[in-house]
Structures are given as C-alpha cells and as structure tokens.
Design a protein around this ligand. Structure first.
Ligand code: NAD
Ligand code: IPM
Ligand code: MN
Length: 349
C-alpha cells in the first residue's frame, strides 16, 4: 500500500554510480514493506550545464517540489574541466535546493559499524549524530568583493544567523538527544571569537536546555572538538552546530568511522513545507569517478534516512541492518560499487 513519489538527482562523477545502487536497495526494501517506489530522474549537474547552459530552472524546481522526497548523488565538476567555475554547480544546485526547500536540519549520523576499519587505534564505540544547520551561516552568499585584483581587495562572506533559524535547529537537536538512550547534547561553536553568532547559539542553547532537564549538555569550541573527535569520539551523542563547522566535522566523522563512503546525510525540512533530500556526505570524487569503485554504502544509508523520514521506520531499519551485516561479513578484499550494492541487496533478502 502506498507509493513513494521519488525525485532522483544522480548528478556528477560518482553520484550516478552510487545512486544506482542506492535506488536498487531502496526499491527492494520498500517492496518488502509493501511499498512502491516511483522514481523520476532529473539530469542536473556539470555535464547538463555544459550542454544546456542552465543549472536548475524554475520549472524544474516546481516539479521537484511536487515529489515526496529527493534522492541526491553528488554534484561538482572535475577540476580538470576548466570550463566550469569552481563551486558553481554545487551552489546553484545543491545549496539552492537546501535553501529553497528550507532544509534547515542537515542530519548526519556517524556510526562505527562492526567490520568497518577506523584509522584510530582505539576508536571505542562511535555512535553520534551531527545536527548541522543547513540554511544559514556563511553559506548564504552574503558577501562580495570590492577593489578586485588590487592590493586593496576586500572579500567578505558574512555569516547569517537568525534567532528563528537557531531556535528551530537547537530545538530539533534537543528532541533528538531526548529520544536517544544517552540523552547527551554537545553544542559546538567558536564563541570565544565569533561572539555574535556564537552568543546567539549559546543563549538559545542554554534557554532551551531548561525545557529538557533529562538531556545533559556541554559545549566545545570547534577546534577542541576536532581533538576529541580524534582522541575520544565515543564521548559524543548528539552534536548541534553551525553550517560550516558541521560541514568540516562531518567529513572528519566520516573518516574516523572507516571512510567517507559510509557517511549519510538527510537535508530535512522538519516543518514539512517542501520535500526533504537525502544524499551521501561525500562529493562527486572526480579522482575515482568512472571506475566503478566508489563505495555506495553512504548513498544506501541515505536511502534508509529517506525511508525513516517518510515514516517507514521498519524499512529503514531493514536497510541499516542489511548494511551492518554486509560490513561485518565483507572481509578485506576490494569490491566494486556494483558488488557492494548486490551484497547489501542479498542481505536484505
Ligand atoms: P569528495 O567527497 O568528492 O572526495 C574526497 C575524497 O574521498 C576523494 O579522495 C574521494 O575519492 C573519496 N571518496 C568520496 N566518496 C567516496 C566513496 N563513496 N567511496 C570511496 N571513496 C570516496 O570531496 P572533494 O574531492 O572535496 O570534492 C569533489 C567535488 O564534489 C567538488 O566539486 C565538491 O565541491 C563536490 N562536493 C559535492 C558534494 C555534494 O554534492 N553533496 C559534497 C561534497 C563535495
Ligand atoms: C556537503 C558539501 C557541500 C557543503 C558543498 C558541496 C556545497 O561539502 O554537503 O558536505 O559544503 O555543504
Ligand atoms: Mn562537505
């Protein structure tokens, strides 16, 4: 019963390679739960831009808005392709979607799965989730360059942080922490230097903490947080942080849990006013694109986040359990993208 009306944006580089596997697993898991997945593919990315001169039209935005959810691979041109300005595709597609669809929660769970190899000698039990802000901070394009190419050049990207945006982010993070067994929430910022935005975050955090007496809280400056993420990642349960810090910390989180190929992301509009979007944390990986060796696990785990967001908790858990069994049994021989996808599918049954 029920159909998931899914937009699929495979994108560039390894994006299409990993999305193919994720869509296959998603379709099977949904099918096992009596659901149908009806995918509509959107060809967006560097190649499409080079062909058409358009990154993402208003018409496409309107069509995307009509879907239940979006499965996204990755965008970003190969830096060897000098015709594509750095970051153009990322800003005009990925960031545009996050902003237009109000994906204010950028949810990034990190788990060290049994069988995954952490580069840390004693990683301990890593199981935390980063609640990264998704629509504000230095990402909003509030800045510019004056006196360009002169010794007096001035370049700015002014971080935007609103009471409304920080409040709904922090509230979501407290709810998340409240729902987890350890009930711990860490605010990460840099309020010793970024006193204005950091102050807004800290005051909002402290005020809302009063409503969640069962959640234990602490605060770390982002520089120190990178130390603890290396020396004692088991200390983290839920982290709430700003857009840029969250970007950086979640690549580090991917690395310590065995690789960025396992890290999934939900761009969530928690108010339900537009479709949410699910993707791996990693990018288009031009260095390995086209070889069929990218790990699709992150994209597969993103499809579990998608199922969970749409209310299909059992199907989401099925996907996660299949990944867990696959990781535990995979051994150390290298596998192709396709082989990993098939192995997870086999675990799903
Ligand atoms: P990246 O995440 O693409 O790659 C970083 C490193 O991780 C590379 O060595 C890559 O080979 C490896 N890697 C990434 N995904 C992997 C996977 N699934 N399996 C195995 N190895 C994997 O980051 P980058 O090199 O900084 O960025 C490349 C391009 O992607 C840039 O244009 C960037 O702007 C873009 N980008 C897009 C997104 C997105 O669309 N969501 C996210 C990050 C970066
Ligand atoms: C991510 C990416 C994006 C970000 C880029 C490609 C705009 O790095 O999703 O982590 O910085 O958010
Ligand atoms: Mn990133």
């Amino acid at each position: 019963h029920g159909t998931i009306d899914l937009a699929v944006i495979p994108g560039d580089g390894i994006g299409p390679e990993v999305v193919e596997q994720a869509l296959k697993v998603l379709t099977r898991a949904a099918g096992n739960a009596g659901l149908e997945v009806a995918p509509t593919e959107y060809r967006l990315g560097a190649e499409a831009w080079l062909e058409t001169g358009e990154t993402l039209s208003e018409e496409t935005m309107t069509r995307l808005r009509g879907h239940d959810a979006i499965l996204f691979g990755a965008v970003g041109a190969d830096p060897k392709s000098a015709e594509v300005p750095s970051g153009l595709i990322e800003r005009e597609i990925l960031l545009r979607l996050r902003f237009a669809f109000d994906h204010f929660i950028n949810l990034r769970p990190s788990r060290l799965f049994p069988g995954a190899v952490s580069p840390l000698s004693e990683p301990g039990e890593i199981d935390f989730v980063v609640v990264r802000e998704g629509t504000e901070g230095p990402y909003v394009g509030n800045g510019g360059v004056i006196r360009k190419d002169t010794p007096q050049e001035i370049a700015t990207e002014v971080s935007i942080n609103t009471a409304h945006g920080v409040e709904r982010l922090v509230r979501f993070a407290f709810e998340k922490a409240q729902s987890r067994p350890r009930r711990k929430l860490t605010l990460i910022h840099k309020n010793n230097v970024l006193v204005n935005a950091g102050g807004l975050y800290a005051r909002t955090f402290d005020r809302i903490a009063g409503e969640y007496p069962e959640v234990s809280t602490d605060y770390l400056h982002v520089d120190a947080a990178t130390i603890f993420m290396t020396t004692d990642p088991a200390r983290f349960d839920v982290i709430v942080t700003d857009n840029l810090f969250g970007d950086i910390l979640t690549d580090q989180a991917g690395a310590i849990t065995g690789g960025i190929g396992y890290a999934a992301c939900g761009n969530i509009n928690a108010e339900g006013t537009a479709p949410s979007m699910f993707e791996p944390v990693h990018g288009s990986a031009p260095d390995i694109a086209g070889r069929g060796v990218a790990d699709p696990t992150a994209a597969v785990l993103a499809s579990a986040l998608l199922l969970r967001h749409l209310g299909h908790e059992a199907a989401a858990l099925d996907v996660e359990a299949a990944v867990e069994r696959d990781m535990a049994g995979k051994g150390t021989a290298p596998r192709t993208t396709h082989q990993v996808g098939e192995a997870i599918l086999a675990e799903l049954g």
